[in-house]
Design a protein around this ligand. Structure first.
Ligand code: HEM
Length: 201
């Protein structure tokens, strides 16, 4: 019960932060297509900052040691915080569509699949619903979903990180680097664990 309460608090805090940030961005940039684009830009990055520790916290512990245990322990909380921010992000997409400026078909397809995974993982995380998938099934679903979401982030941030001057560079390069480091950490952790298992057997 305590765990459930903590998860709800994390989700509410993340969702509220995203909503507040969105309100400030819209106030400064305008309650129009331009402002909504800016709010999507900011909430997309906020979502990434919550997603990243959830995606590779456990791998960081394997590669670098116990210093990263606090991140690993909160992986589920960060994942659900990510989902709450994406809920705000999706409402902005709905708003954009309602004012007659819907995103392109490719964006709908790429990000729509990521949204589908986010909803599935969120629903399964609650109340340990994933138990009916079994340990291996849940691990496979998590692996596919989390890696697809990581792929979409990396695709977006690495599209043209160096084009457009210093401002563009600062807006993209740090996120592009993290989006590549994350999967590399998971791969390194996998290889390290495989190596350790091989020496035990
Ligand atoms: C898990 C789901 C999602 C993730 C991880 C995600 C991630 C992101 C990120 C990182 C950005 C910033 C892009 C940039 O600055 O280049 C962004 C912006 C945007 N997203 Fe999402 N998004 C998701 C869901 C959606 C959905 C479902 C749609 C619409 C179908 C959507 C439409 C957009 C649009 C239109 C932008 C602004 C793009 C631009 O101005 O270049 N997103 N999203």
């Amino acid at each position: 019960m305590m765990t459930m309460k903590r998860l709800v608090v994390w989700m509410a805090a993340a969702g509220l932060s995203a909503a507040l940030t969105t309100a400030v961005v819209l106030y400064l940039q305008g309650f129009n297509e331009h402002g909504l684009g800016a709010a999507l830009f900011v909430t997309g990055r906020l979502a990434f900052l919550a997603f990243w520790p959830s995606y590779c916290g456990a791998a960081l512990v394997i590669v670098f040691g116990a210093a990263f245990v606090p991140l690993q322990r909160r992986a589920r909380e960060f994942g659900l915080a990510f989902a709450a921010i994406i809920a705000v992000h999706s409402l902005l997409v709905l708003w954009l569509t309602l004012i007659g400026a819907p995103p392109g078909r490719t964006i709908f397809l790429e990000f729509g699949i990521a949204l589908g995974w986010t909803v599935l993982l969120t629903v399964l995380s609650f109340n340990n619903l994933h138990q009916w998938l079994g340990r291996r099934g849940w691990r496979a679903v998590k692996f596919l979903g989390m890696n697809y979401i990581a792929y979409v982030f990396a695709l977006d941030f690495t599209r043209d990180p160096f084009g457009g001057g210093l401002k563009h560079w600062l807006e993209y390069v740090p996120f592009a680097v993290l989006s590549i480091v994350g999967p590399c950490m998971r791969l390194l952790a996998f290889l390290q664990r495989r190596g350790e298992l091989a020496t035990i057997h």
